[in-house]
Ligand binder design. Structure first.
Ligand code: SF4
Length: 384
């Protein structure tokens, strides 16, 4: 016997449920009510309707490796624990040869995506970025190169004395396939000024996104939440992304990213809870009716929360992720390796009764013989 939706969502949210059921776009006020509702299960239930309407039980993941080529940065964002500073991580800058070596580390994992981002390091010349992309294509021909946030693109263009569009075109010529999210954190002038005033602002970020779309480059979108932003600013961020996607249609996926205060200037702020993580995924799924995919990034919100998120609107669990240096496991600067194997990723998804589907970066399905199903007792995320 199925339970009537009215009983699940209650009178408080029944009007939003009707809109979701009909496929009607939600308003700013709806977004606020979803964030404020005490009935998290109802918000998740509605997000799951949208998720299953689009993807059924399928859950996508990608075989990827992250490379953070430098942590030297002149932007000093208050929320960032990654950049080199006194009492923090030691500075580094990878040579092209070092990157070449790193690309050899996981050759047996059948990787399909290399994800590269780094700090804004004014010592690196224009040609370095071209070589960085080219070496990936040389070592791993056919792999998808997802690299450089809009902030990096602006810096690369500045180094080359060219427009952002020219820099993007040159990078594409070298082998760049898509742009990752990040770079703006949240589209709010107030938060920009307060936390990351030296970086490009929202209007400049959108200009890079438009330039990418014009060149046919796909892009991913993110939202960093759980720092000083208000609920209004979160909903406004989602609405602005939705408007931009209406205009360009070039975003592939949206990933809400939970803030990690450890070793940042905002260490006094409490880390987002699982409740905030799940609600963030669900509200994002409900508000972004023109985004095909919503990702739960397990490296930020943990493997267990990602398992739950697959019932709260997320249809993507990201990938294996090797040597992720943006956040540090248990706040330990020496502890960078956070990895799931392919079989662990499959088990993570199957354990919550979803269907694992390996994809490439553009969501083409990749057929593989996954390992046999096994009951799981603890996902062995390695960190060494
Ligand atoms: S978030 Fe990026 S731009 Fe800001 S300080 Fe960290 S590395 Fe630099």
């Amino acid at each position: 016997m199925s339970i009537a939706p009215e009983k699940i969502v209650g009178p408080e949210l029944i009007d939003i449920y009707r809109k979701v059921d009909e496929g009607t776009r939600l308003s700013f006020e709806d977004g606020m009510r979803l964030y404020q509702s005490k009935n998290l299960s109802a918000v998740g239930y509605m997000a799951n309707i949208v998720r299953e309407r689009r993807h059924g039980a399928k859950t996508y993941f990608v075989a990827n490796q992250h490379i953070n080529y430098t942590n030297i940065c002149n932007k000093f964002c208050k929320f960032c624990s990654f950049y080199a500073k006194k009492g923090g991580p030691a500075p580094y800058e990878m040579s092209i040869e070092e990157v070449r070596e790193r690309l050899q580390w996981h050759r047996d994992a059948d990787l399909t995506e290399i994800h590269m981002v780094g700090g804004i390091n004014p010592r690196l010349p224009y040609q370095y970025y071209m070589d960085l992309v080219a070496v990936v294509k040389e070592v791993l021909p056919g792999v998808h190169v997802k690299a450089f946030t809009a902030v990096e693109i602006t810096e690369i263009a500045r180094q080359g004395g060219v427009s952002a569009e020219r820099a993007l075109a040159d990078l594409m010529e070298a082998g760049l396939d898509s742009l990752p999210g990040g770079g703006i954190e949240i589209l709010s002038d107030r938060v920009h000024e307060e936390l990351f005033g030296r970086k490009i602002d929202g209007d400049e970020w959108k200009e890079v996104a438009r330039a990418a779309a014009k060149l046919g480059l796909k892009q991913y979108a993110t939202m960093l939440y759980g720092h000083i932003e208000t609920l209004e600013e979160r909903v406004s961020h989602l609405m602005q992304l939705r408007e931009l996607q209406d205009e360009t249609g070039h975003f592939l996926t949206m990933t809400p990213l939970c803030f990690h205060p450890e070793k940042t200037e905002l260490e006094h702020i409490q880390k987002p809870t699982a409740e905030m993580d799940l609600r963030g995924i669900a509200v994002t799924r409900l508000m972004l009716d023109n985004f095909e995919h919503i990702k739960s990034f397990w490296i930020m919100n943990s493997a267990p929360v990602t398992q739950m998120a697959l019932w709260y609107g997320a249809d993507d669990a990201d990938g294996f992720v090797h040597e992720y240096e943006i956040t540090y496991k248990d706040g330990d600067f020496g502890n960078k390796k956070q990895v799931l194997t392919r079989s662990n990723m499959v088990r993570l998804i199957e354990e919550v009764d979803r269907i694992p589907v390996e994809r490439d970066s553009l969501y083409n399905e990749i057929k593989r013989d996954f390992v046999a199903k096994k009951p799981l007792s603890g996902i062995p995320v390695t960190a060494s």
